[in-house]
Design a protein around this ligand. Sequence first.
Ligand SMILES: Nc1nc2c(c(=O)[nH]1)N[C@H]1C(S)=C(S)[C@@H](COP(=O)(O)OP(=O)(O)OC[C@H]3O[C@@H](n4cnc5c(=O)[nH]c(N)nc54)[C@H](O)[C@@H]3O)O[C@H]1N2
Ligand SMILES: Nc1nc2c(c(=O)[nH]1)N[C@H]1C(S)=C(S)[C@@H](COP(=O)(O)OP(=O)(O)OC[C@H]3O[C@@H](n4cnc5c(=O)[nH]c(N)nc54)[C@H](O)[C@@H]3O)O[C@H]1N2
Ligand SMILES: [Mo]
Length: 719
Amino acid sequence: MTELEKKIKAKIPGEDTGIEIKHSLCAICSPGHHCGVDCYVKGGEIIRVEGTPEHPYNHGRLCTKGSALRNYIYREDRIRTPLRRVGERGEGRFEPISWDEAYRIIAEKLNQVKETYSPHSVAFFSGYCKWYRPIFHRFAHVFGSVNFGTDDSTCSASKVIADKVTAGCGAGPDMGHANTFLGWNYDGYYSAHLSVAGVQKLRERGGKVIIIDIRDTPASRNLADIFLKINPGTDGALALGMAKLIIDNGWADLEYIEKYTYGFDQYKELADQYPLDRVSKITGLDPGLIYEAAKLYATNGPACTNYSASALVHHINGFNSHRAILCLSALTGNFDRAGGNVPNPPTYLHKPAGFKVREHAFRSDRYPKDGERIGARRFPLWNAQFDEFQAMDLLRQLEEGTPYPVKAIFAMGMNAKMFPETDKLLAAMKDKLDFFVDTDMFMTMTAKYADIVLPACSSVERGELKAYQGGYLTFTKPVIPPLYESKSDVDILCGLARVMDLDDPYLKAGYEASADWMIDGCGLTVADLKASDLPVKVPAAKWPVKPGNCLENGFKTATGKFEFYSTAIASIDPAFGLNPLPDYRDSLEDQNDPETKEKYPFYLCTGARLAHAIHSRAHETPWLRSIRPDPTCEIHREDARRLGIREGDRVSLSSPYGEIFMKAKLTGKTKPGVILTLHGYTEANVNELIGRNHVDPYSGFPGFKGMRCNIRKCQEVEE
Ligand SMILES: Nc1nc2c(c(=O)[nH]1)N[C@H]1C(S)=C(S)[C@@H](COP(=O)(O)OP(=O)(O)OC[C@H]3O[C@@H](n4cnc5c(=O)[nH]c(N)nc54)[C@H](O)[C@@H]3O)O[C@H]1N2
Ligand SMILES: Nc1nc2c(c(=O)[nH]1)N[C@H]1C(S)=C(S)[C@@H](COP(=O)(O)OP(=O)(O)OC[C@H]3O[C@@H](n4cnc5c(=O)[nH]c(N)nc54)[C@H](O)[C@@H]3O)O[C@H]1N2
Ligand SMILES: [Mo]
């Protein structure tokens, strides 16, 4: 081998090797965690991916998923051209068509539904991807439909609304100034790996850490001074019990309560119903340990809390459990104080970066004059507080056609496996829709139901606007051109806006012009951003965000205070039975009849994160799949022994709604009686087991992490 060949084999960049490093970002996971990547490109192909050392967010670090980025981009199942369905819906038989033809058909069909029914009969839906949302959201409204919905119907929005109706806004942990970190549902090693460094630093300074989880995790093992291994779904009771201890022992910050809060007396009355022995029974926790945790949190301040985007609110009692936990921070005077939780309004696409852009105005200033969103009647609090339809009512509305029929869905990255009773949703889409478009990178099970499928490109094949904490903004440049005939989602939308001649100069002018409008006022233009390969510090940014704004200027609630008793919830029709106080209910309340209890004795928790998996998108990525080749469910060793289940045995997992088959993985990390499994597998989709009406009435969120199930070993030739 020559020296040059050796260098090429080692993928060393340089003029002689023809290998060039180009910067981009990895968008496999949440928008809050898009790491900067160095793509090593040779001859138009990405041959290696590393974290960008000088990137202000990840500083060169990359997780398992990001390390598989190249494998993800070059997946075999990438959609290559626009497609028109030629088989039955769901069958997956398509013929390639041109972009012009695809746009023409989409324009014609969407306009047909609009004229025959109403613009609201066209629902616009986005799966987990966020980057194109301002454009997509505006597109829906300019088209005339109020129905723009996303995976927010199951992710973080419940927490966002709970924060809003309690404190007027959300608030992040000010780890740098805290003495105690309350890691409620905190499993950073798996779900937000770059956040772990902050907790480690706090410990190095002598700070204390409490972790509350239903299973042993890297966080409970490596970080916790106190670990509360709680019964799933009982967090609300624990929070109220802690509140009672804090009040009874004189640890509450009475001055703060007096000055800045509303409804303390009612809250105290509620907390009084949760004495230690009762709470210990509900949560399965040692009373002494609960006492220690409450004392440490309340007396070793300032103390900050981690609020999870999903784990807690994926219970039918989750909305109020989150509020009960949030109330602890006001009770102890930690809300909006240094070292506590500091309001950090998102700058762009959920990411707080210390400056303002006009994202919200761009999304919503063309909101149609009239029209009732999907889910508006069933989830009035959601409807009053969030600017999307609640997609957990889509199945019902498709089936029943009330208050009006939904006849077309224009989707980007729609994954029906995200929804409870997936099979029913797909059947309803098959039977009831006149027209369905899906845009995705990959040929998914859901895309197979579409009449037109459009190929989207990945983050490294497009340019995108992105804000980062620390006051940064970037507009990435494509590292390689879009593969095959794929396009970026925003180019698809803006192209379609032109073909449909939508009445909107921004959409017609394209993504960069729209982005320029959104960032106007922050001191930089898209052209400025594109001149740099890395995120640029925004002149207008104020970072870190300073505490005290709510305390000085009032909370953004009706009373101007932190509301233990939520006036926004009180204003909802009492017929819905929503409690303005953060009360606790059993998370299996709707499944506790003796027959269901006997038939389905296990507690099913689905989708607790794992480092190498994310929803449906990692399971089909070969490098990531190789880490966990078979869909598995975790069962406690004692339960397994009792049921004669061994490691690797094929098991049936069932609920009143369905049955799936997986391999058993024996564990000692959970409590007996709990079954853990991931969601998103096509061949073992656990959302077939979750009932569509098993939802939190406040938010509409499904009880993904709290559902009854049964497990048994399969006989040889079953299925
Ligand atoms: N049982 C259970 N269900 C859950 C959860 C759980 O914990 N348990 N979690 C819920 C939560 S929190 C969330 S966020 C949702 C996740 O919601 P999903 O929408 O199910 O997430 P994904 O499967 O990651 O992504 C959806 C689709 O986007 C496609 N995609 C990827 N990149 C692009 C792109 O650039 N453009 C386009 N057009 N498409 C792209 C992917 O190929 C995939 O088909 O699932 C929810 N469902
Ligand atoms: N690797 C990876 N990272 C991800 C994702 C992913 O799929 N994979 N998804 C992203 C998305 S969309 C989201 S919404 C966030 C979610 O991020 P988080 O909200 O942090 O969600 P999880 O990691 O599922 O949950 C955190 C912990 O809560 C525990 N838990 C489950 N049920 C209960 C309960 O009833 N009580 C208590 N106290 N603990 C419980 C779980 O065991 C887990 O260890 O993560 C994001 N990051
Ligand atoms: Mo999520």
